[in-house]
Ligand binder design. Structure first.
Ligand SMILES: Nc1ncnc2c1ncn2[C@@H]1O[C@H](COP(=O)(O)OP(=O)(O)OP(=O)(O)O)[C@@H](O)[C@H]1O
Ligand SMILES: Nc1ccn([C@@H]2O[C@H](COP(=O)(O)O)[C@@H](O)[C@H]2O)c(=O)n1
Length: 652
């Protein structure tokens, strides 16, 4: 499985231009297709969900021209006289997991006339659509469930249009059912009123629908949130050029980063004039302690000097998507946060309440999960974890914010392609990561000694990565697993029970500081380190050491593989003879017997194996500074590394 390791994030500031809103993009594309005339859609979101809508429209015979720079020209199929439906009247469409494509297309195709099959990914087939189908059937639509009643896939047949003037639809499961119905009604040439049954959820999404329809010339008469009427003769007319607003839900991650990391972080593309309800996220964040500034087309979030992040009890029905971000902000709050009225999370890309609870607990938070609420109690120190994302873009994006507290592994980060393909690149632009000094070099060159002293001088953490390979070799020896049994040793490496505290190195609670330094285990470490699966198993464990305020790491591949973005990279070495002598002295001082010749020979063997192995071989990388210490004291070597650190202007 693909993954992305996020280091600890220290602070945030900067500006992000948001991608186009998913909700608006797919609504506008469909309306442009149904309208008369040509519409130029600018700033369209380029993502999986919009790709599914574009593919579907083109397959239906709508002419779409890609103009570049997120602009598309759509030749509408509307015109004078009765609506004739789409040019292609018999088709099977695959709509992935795009709810904003599936629901409105179901409604439009059900009233358009034709024989269509609508399918999606397995999760789409678990997301209810029965309420929309029931509403459409009242209008004469003929729709069959191909698998389970109430769920996609669907077979849509030409409708037997009735003259019913009032239809009802449930509003308490997904507002997309009402959206789908409303957007399709102008295809009928008569007045129809939709009556909402139950309390309508996610009302701001209906505002988006009404605003988008209005841009295409159709005004919906609204009586509260219960009755919506589309008049006879309502027709979609192209507005000519239409701009898609930035995605307000996507803004939530950056605004939250502004609060958690200090900010200010500004998002451009949404602001005071936005039609998207998720801009209300900014108010929710303000209740959690953020300072919010807003212009017509931008919003900025920061944390006031000395400000705390406040726990809240919040009804999130109006911002269901952006509220996921609040659940992660809650990890930084000063008490227990409760997010309520979020039952719709259960029928989104995944069961988001369940998924959120599982993943927040992995980080160490206390979480209570209810049918329609989530309660999060933070802990003083979060723990590094691999976060599963459930093929849900918002899981990946909101959990990235936990990196302000701990290094993280995000599994399947590519799932953000649904709405925000370059999310992690944009996040990197506004977040400052914990700095790393990577010191690589051959055995006994002094890199551990120098690295530990540099770390102490800077007040940073220190990682002796070689110790992890040594511990793995020792664990294998104790378990009777041969050092060349790649799968067996990798399994041990993945579950190593180790701790480094107060100068002790413990394996399963036992201090093995001296045992892992024996020449036998040195050879074993070098042997297991040549196994790719072992290196893979230890990768995140090493990266998890990268916490605030910074890390000095020593090993063989710190600068090349583990921390390729380290700001200072050093290749610290000395001649083999000098190194053998240093190791000899070290052993004698510790009271071990040793032979200089044997040490030199073993050291050369280890150098040879470390530099010849296929994965992460020991070598000086082009971007690493050479530090030849044969004629340097420890103090001189330390001073040189600190000078490089200062010269590169890294945080100290
Ligand atoms: N510049 C130096 N001059 C003299 N002695 C040094 C110098 N640097 C380190 N030493 C000594 O060399 C010995 C080996 O150093 P150290 O254990 O730090 O090496 P290392 O590269 O981390 O080794 P390994 O890879 O085997 O863990 C230590 O006793 C240390 O004090
Ligand atoms: N990043 C690293 C660190 C170590 N190794 C291997 O482990 C052996 C022991 O390391 P020491 O630094 O404690 O000597 C070493 O010989 C390497 O084979 C590694 O591969 N990558």
């Amino acid at each position: 499985m693909e993954f992305l390791d996020l280091p600890s994030l220290l602070s945030s500031s900067g500006t992000v231009r948001l991608p186009g809103s998913k909700s608006l993009s797919n609504r506008i594309l469909l309306l442009a297709a149904l309208a008369d005339g040509e519409t130029e859609v600018r700033d369209l979101l380029e993502s999986d969900d919009t790709a599914r809508m574009l593919e579907a429209l083109e397959a239906l015979g709508v002419l779409v021209t890609r103009l570049g720079h997120h602009a598309y020209r759509v030749k509408g199929i509307g015109g004078e006289g009765a609506f004739n439906g789409f040019p292609n009247k018999q088709l099977e469409l695959f709509l992935g997991n795009a709810g904003t494509a599936f629901r409105p297309l179901t409604a439009a195709l059900a009233l358009a006339g034709g024989e269509y099959v609508l399918k999606g990914v397995p999760r789409m087939h678990e997301r209810p659509i029965g309420d929309l189908v029931d509403g459409l059937r009242q209008l004469g639509a003929r729709i069959d469930y191909l698998e389970n009643p109430g769920f996609p896939p669907l077979a849509i047949h030409a409708p037997a249009i009735s003259d019913v003037a009032t239809v009802s639809v449930r509003g308490d499961v997904s507002s997309q059912f009402l959206t789908g119905l409303l957007m399709a009604l102008p295809l009928l040439d008569r007045q129809v009123t939709v009556v909402v049954e139950g309390e309508l959820i996610s009302k701001p999404y209906i505002e988006i629908t009404l605003a988008a329809m209005a841009r295409f010339g159709v005004t919906v008469q609204r009586e509260g949130w219960e009755r919506f009427t589309v008049a006879a003769g309502a027709r979609y007319h192209s507005p000519g050029i239409i701009y898609v607003e930035g995605d307000a839900s996507s803004a939530s991650y950056f605004l939250a980063a502004g609060l958690i990391g200090g900010g200010p972080v500004r998002v451009e593309g949404v602001g005071r004039d936005s039609v998207q309800g998720d801009v209300a996220f900014a108010e929710a964040l303000a209740k959690m302690g953020a300072r919010i500034d807003m212009g017509d087309n931008w919003i900025e979030a920061s944390r006031p000097e000395g400000g705390r992040i406040l726990a809240v009890n919040m009804d999130c029905n109006h911002i269901p998507d952006a509220a996921m971000t609040l659940a992660v902000v809650a990890l930084f709050a000063d008490g227990t946060t409760t997010l309520s009225n979020i039952a719709s999370w259960r029928v989104k890309e995944t069961d988001r309440i369940a998924a959120m609870a599982i993943e927040l607990r992995k980080l160490g938070a206390e979480v209570e999960e209810g049918a329609d609420y989530l309660r999060v109690t933070p802990v003083p120190r979060l723990q590094p974890a691999s976060i599963a994302t459930y093929d849900d873009h918002r899981m990946a994006m909101c959990f990235s914010l936990a990196a302000f507290a701990t290094p993280l592994r995000i599994l399947d980060p590519g799932c953000t392609a649904k709405t925000f393909p370059d999310y992690f690149e944009r996040l990197a632009e506004v977040a400052v990561v914990a700095p790393v000094i990577a010191i690589d070099g051959p055995s006994a060159s002094g890199k551990g000694t120098v690295a530990a002293r540099v770390a102490a001088a800077l007040g940073w953490d220190y990682l002796d990565s070689g110790a992890l390979y040594r511990l793995t070799a020792l664990a294998a020896q104790k378990a009777g697993v041969a050092w060349d049994d790649e799968a067996g040793v990798a399994a041990l490496a993945a579950s190593l029970d180790v701790s480094f505290a107060e100068g002790e190195v413990c394996l399963a609670g036992e201090d093995v500081g001296d045992a892992i330094r024996s020449e036998d285990i040195s050879g074993g470490a070098s042997a297991v380190a040549a196994l790719p699966a072992v290196r893979e198993a230890l990768l995140f464990r090493q990266r998890a050491f990268r916490v605030a305020p910074g890390l000095v790491a020593d090993g063989r591949d710190m600068g090349s593989v583990v921390f390729p973005d380290a700001r200072v990279k050093v290749f610290l070495t000395a001649s083999a003879e000098v190194r053998a002598e240093r190791r000899y002295k070290q052993l004698i001082e510790k009271g071990f017997s040793a032979s200089l010749d044997k040490i030199l020979q073993e050291l050369r063997t280890r150098d040879e194996r470390d530099s010849q192995r296929a994965v992460a071989p020991l070598q000086q990388n082009v971007d690493a500074q050479l530090l030849e210490t044969s004629n340097l004291t420890i103090e001189q070597a330390v001073a040189q590394v600190l000078a490089w650190q200062q010269a590169c202007g890294a945080d100290s």
